[in-house]
Design a protein around this ligand. Structure first.
Ligand code: KG4
Ligand code: ZN
Length: 335
């Protein structure tokens, strides 16, 4: 039986809506990206993001329903990202979803953005809990044990910068545009990952740390400028990327081994990185762990992952009332 969830995502700089059937089959996945608007500022400007969401949301939702060939009355529930994220940006999606759900007399399901990223792995795959998941995005770096569809335990996280944030900051320092991850990956293809040796922060700890690595890159650039030495940007990008990937793979695999997990999934914007996917897959293969990873387009922000996560809450009857707010600091497991 078909159970159609409309997902709405506005936590940062993508206005997205999607219709997903039974948490796994995408009928539509519309993403209006504001990247070109924010590019000239070198990062997301919250006020501009909120206003752009207001301008786009109505059309994006209509397009999602039209592409899916689904009428409003066929929806089982409306799932919306209620946090974490930029408060003004979140409020646009939450307010729209509340009005839509009220008008349709349809259940409203709040979704935690990171739990959404994890559920991107259910789309077009047969992954079932339990499994371990690394979520690496612009705002978060978490290793999460997923014991059931709505049951998550955070085992490790970053103590400072998120992995994606480090990519973005280093990219900016070497003159690449926002968002930096894709640009660094592109540049790194022509570079030597062993040209510069960067420290592995908190090597023997469970948690991640990326701010020391970022500072090491900035120090290298400053010293080179002072001593008038030339830095090979491609080598720098490749060496930095390799340091981030090594840390993500080593610490995640340590958790997989500790917990005796048999399956590992990765997701979040940084999981679109080809080198991370390649090294994590190789590490899983050599340890007999089944590896899952969404397509790159489902790693970065989208609403299909929100609809998927919303479906599992919908099945449990975990609905919100119309006083639902936006929660910029929401924690995994809040809903
Ligand atoms: O999940 P996401 O779209 O938004 C957040 O929830 O933050 O992740 C965006 C982050 C950005 O920091 C971006 O630079 C990074 O993901 N990213 C990448 C790649 N594509 C996006 N990082 C490394 N390699 C990539 N190919
Ligand atoms: Zn995200």
């Amino acid at each position: 039986m078909s159970e159609l969830i409309l997902g709405i995502e506005t936590s940062c700089d993508e206005t997205a809506a999607s219709v997903v059937d039974c948490g796994r089959t995408i009928l539509s996945n519309i993403i209006y990206s504001q990247i070109d608007i924010h590019k000239k500022y070198g990062g997301v400007v919250p006020e501009i993001a909120s206003r752009s969401h207001v301008d786009a949301i109505s059309e994006v939702v209509s397009e999602a329903l039209k592409t899916a060939c689904v009428s409003q009355n066929e929806l089982s529930a409306i799932a919306v990202t209620a946090g974490p994220g930029l408060v003004g940006a979140l409020l646009v999606g939450v307010s729209f979803a509340k009005a839509f759900a009220y008008g349709l007399r349809c259940p409203l399901v709040p979704v935690h953005h990171i739990e959404g990223h994890i559920c991107a792995n259910y789309i077009s795959s047969d992954l079932e809990p339990p499994f371990m998941c690394l979520v690496a995005s612009g705002g978060h770096t978490h290793v999460v044990y997923v014991s059931d569809y709505a049951d998550f335990s955070v085992l490790a996280k970053t103590r400072d910068d998120a992995a994606g944030e480090a990519f973005d900051k280093v990219a900016r320092a070497i003159g690449l545009s926002y968002p930096g991850g894709v640009e660094i990956e592109r540049l790194a293809k022509d570079g030597n990952p062993r040209a510069y040796l960067f420290p592995q922060a908190m090597k023997n700890e469970t948690d991640f740390s990326f701010s020391g690595l970022k500072s090491a890159v900035l120090n290298l650039l400053n010293s080179a400028e002072m001593s008038k030495t030339t830095i090979n940007r491609a080598d720098l990008a490749a060496s930095f990327q390799n340091a981030v990937v090594t840390s993500l793979v080593t610490k995640t695999m340590a958790q997989v081994s500790d917990k005796g997990a048999k399956k590992l999934a990765v997701s979040g914007g940084v999981a679109a990185n080809g080198e991370l996917r390649r090294q994590m897959k190789a590490a899983c293969e050599s340890s007999g762990i089944e590896f899952f990873c969404p397509t790159p387009a489902l790693c970065t922000d989208n609403a299909a992952m929100i609809a998927s996560r919303g479906y599992f809450s919908y099945k449990k009857g975990a609905f919100a009332q119309l006083d639902l707010n936006a929660y910029p600091n929401a924690q995994i497991g809040d809903w």
